[in-house]
Design a protein around this ligand. Structure first.
Ligand code: ADP
Ligand code: ZN
Length: 295
């Protein structure tokens, strides 16, 4: 089967062609401009390649309620031109094939569960820490949507007393995204995040903030694996620090074999940056009735 994948982002749109086995044949990047400029380019790309189905992993917030009149819309984003935009509709109308649609982070967790290290797990969280912070959640065979979709980057955390940085989130003074996203780091410390690599106090604070949120997810959702991705997590020294803080905060209260093996519990992505694209192939595959004979 020839499948299309589209992973949307505020700066770039990644388009790929591949198949249901997770092979990637072609990957092309388009700049994110306005919908009027960008969407026709994306549609032309997929039309030319004669795909059987398309999967879209989209930045949020988006409407995923199939009963809703605005299903498939990007809803309240500050990205100019993209608010209240019928993204899914544009592709459905232009392409004569089924289109699967979910959040970018749900696509990533689906990629890891289908093709990566999280195969066979019951509950998996994929948290991206980049320009924003967001989580995709796979739970007992399904991607979690609920009333909208998780917005786990905005959970409140406890601020360290000496941290006087005002925060980057316009909605919350003390949320994870506001205190620990890439832009928050850069504004607090006055330097590009990659240039702060040697500064121990930067990553200690970051790890403590991320660990607080992860502990909340551990206690609420009982995941059997947590995958951390996004630009900030290129700072690999964060992993052992985050694992230690999660262990400290839990303080022995939850005892499981997973938590006893932290190095395999809180982990980096396993698909060389292709987790989103591969998840989109799976969304594409699931959007049609291609495999109904096999069910
Ligand atoms: P996006 O969130 O736009 O999809 P990324 O996940 O790559 O993209 O996140 C970009 C952010 O990640 C940048 O704003 C920067 O703050 C941070 N970042 C990028 N590279 C690094 C790095 N090597 N070390 C630390 N932070 C980084
Ligand atoms: Zn917030």
């Amino acid at each position: 089967m020839r499948l299309g994948a589209l992973e949307t982002g505020g700066t770039k749109m990644v388009c790929a062609i591949g198949d249901e086995k997770g092979n990637v044949y072609e990957k092309v990047i388009f700049e994110t401009k306005t919908p009027g400029e960008t969407v026709p380019e994306l549609i032309a790309f997929f039309k030319e390649r004669k795909i059987d189905a398309l999967g879209i992993g989209c930045f949020g917030p988006i409407d995923l309620d199939e009963e809703s009149e605005t299903y498939g819309y990007i809803t309240s984003t500050p990205k100019p031109g993209w608010g209240n935009y019928n993204f899914l509709g544009a592709f459905k109308e232009a392409l004569s094939c089924p289109v699967g649609f979910d959040t970018d982070v749900n696509a990533s967790v689906l990629g890891e569960v289908t093709f990566g290290q999280a195969k066979g797990k019951k509950c998996v969280i994929y948290l991206t820490i980049g320009t924003g912070i967001g989580a995709g959640i796979y739970i007992e065979g399904k991607l979690l949507h609920g009333m909208l979709h998780p917005e786990a980057g905005h959970v409140l955390i406890q601020r360290r007393k000496e941290d006087t940085y005002k925060g980057k989130c316009p909605y919350h003074e003390n949320c994870l995204e506001g205190l620990a996203s890439g832009p928050a780091l850069e504004e607090r410390w006055g330097q590009k995040a990659n240039l702060l690599h040697e500064k121990q106090e930067v990553w200690d604070l970051e790890a403590w903030y991320v660990a607080q949120a992860l502990t909340g997810y551990v206690l609420t959702l009982s995941p059997d694996m947590i995958i951390l991705g996004g630009g900030v997590m290129y700072q690999r020294q964060l992993f052992p620090m985050i694992r230690k803080y999660v262990t400290d905060i839990l303080n022995g209260y939850v005892k499981t074999k997973e938590l006893a093996d932290m190095d395999n519990y809180i982990v980096p992505e396993s698909l060389e940056g292709n987790q989103g694209i591969l998840g989109c192939f799976e969304l594409a595959k699931n959007s049609g009735n291609f495999f109904k004979d096999m069910l």
